[in-house]
Design a protein around this ligand. Structure first.
Ligand SMILES: [Cu+2]
Length: 304
């Protein structure tokens, strides 16, 4: 097989080498190419011109713990955009970050209703330089955190736990699949799909939880493939699992750079500091170097 990889958008086209002969090309006018992860995928249905990652089989043996019925930790992560009104963006004496979408909308991103902000120092080597109140997650939101809740989103995971993550696309932009990437691990893709309920036009966290409770999230345990990046079908979901055997602070984020900048990230914190090697002597240190915010002087003196 030869493979055409459109890595930037996470698509992979698979072309059989044998089809290079003229007769075969003529024979396979309808289904010569199979696209991996089509933007309009409904992965729990077979089709001739496309396959999903969840329909691939792993060539290696799978950790049996991954295949057990119930994972040790299950994390639902819905993600969406939050639309700003102009007066919310331009607040005096603030550095407000936002993305201007092709529609002209000013947006930030939320994962589990939190917009990620990077910590002022690296947690791996300078955890004592980060105020504990900087960290948050869906169960521990800062008091008075508004609709654009900004903090360092971190989910704590016990060392060696079997973890299941369910990503739910609440952005629902047609022809846009957010490619989520996890540092530190390859995970097994257990399921990709969209709601089987025809009456539900838009999936959300509540509906995904309900489907899960009713056993209607699509999961398959026959040699689930290993990946470290997965495209979430728009208006759909992805389920993956991994064994948390690599302690540390691992960034998990959409791989569109402009989505990283507006908060479509979080940290999966595996284990404790006792599981980490000591920081080497004289290891370089850094901070955020954020300059003070001062209002511009309007006096004429500033022009001379
Ligand atoms: Cu994204």
């Amino acid at each position: 097989m030869s493979v055409i990889d459109n890595a930037e958008i996470g698509e992979l086209s698979v072309l059989p080498v044998a089809d290079k002969t003229t007769s075969l090309v003529l024979d396979c006018e309808t289904a010569c190419f199979q696209v991996l992860n089509p933007l309009d995928a409904i992965c729990n249905r077979q089709r001739e011109d496309a396959i999903c990652v969840s329909q691939l089989k792993n060539a290696r043996q799978i950790d049996q713990g991954i295949l057990q019925q119930r994972p040790d930790v299950k994390i639902f992560l819905p993600f969406r955009f939050l639309f700003y009104r102009p007066e919310e963006v331009f607040q005096p004496q603030t550095y407000n970050r936002f993305l201007v979408a092709p529609t002209g909308d000013h947006v930030i991103s939320l994962v589990d209703e939190i917009s990620f902000t990077f910590p002022p120092a690296p947690p791996l080597s300078q955890i004592d330089d980060i105020p504990p109140e900087q960290f948050c997650n869906g169960d521990n939101r800062p008091a008075d955190c508004g609709a654009n809740c900004m903090c360092t989103h971190q989910v704590d995971i016990p060392h060696n736990a079997v973890v299941e993550v369910v990503l739910v696309d609440e952005v629902q932009q047609p022809n846009l699949s957010h490619p989520f990437h996890l540092h530190g691990y390859a995970f097994n893709v257990i399921g990709i799909g969209r709601s089987p309920d025809k009456n539900v036009k838009k999936i959300n966290l509540k509906h995904a939880l309900d489907l899960d409770k009713r056993g209607l999230l699509n999961r398959q345990f026959n040699l689930p493939p290993a990946k470290d990046t997965i495209a979430v079908p728009n208006n759909g979901y992805v389920i993956f699992r991994f064994r948390a055997d690599n302690p540390g602070y691992w960034l998990f984020h959409c791989h569109f750079l402009f989505h990283i900048l507006i908060g479509m990230n979080l940290i999966l914190h595996v284990g404790t500091h006792a599981d980490l090697p000591p920081v080497p002597p004289n290891f370089p240190r850094c901070g955020d170097h954020l300059p003070p915010i001062t209002p511009p002087s309007l006096s004429l003196d500033s022009f001379h």
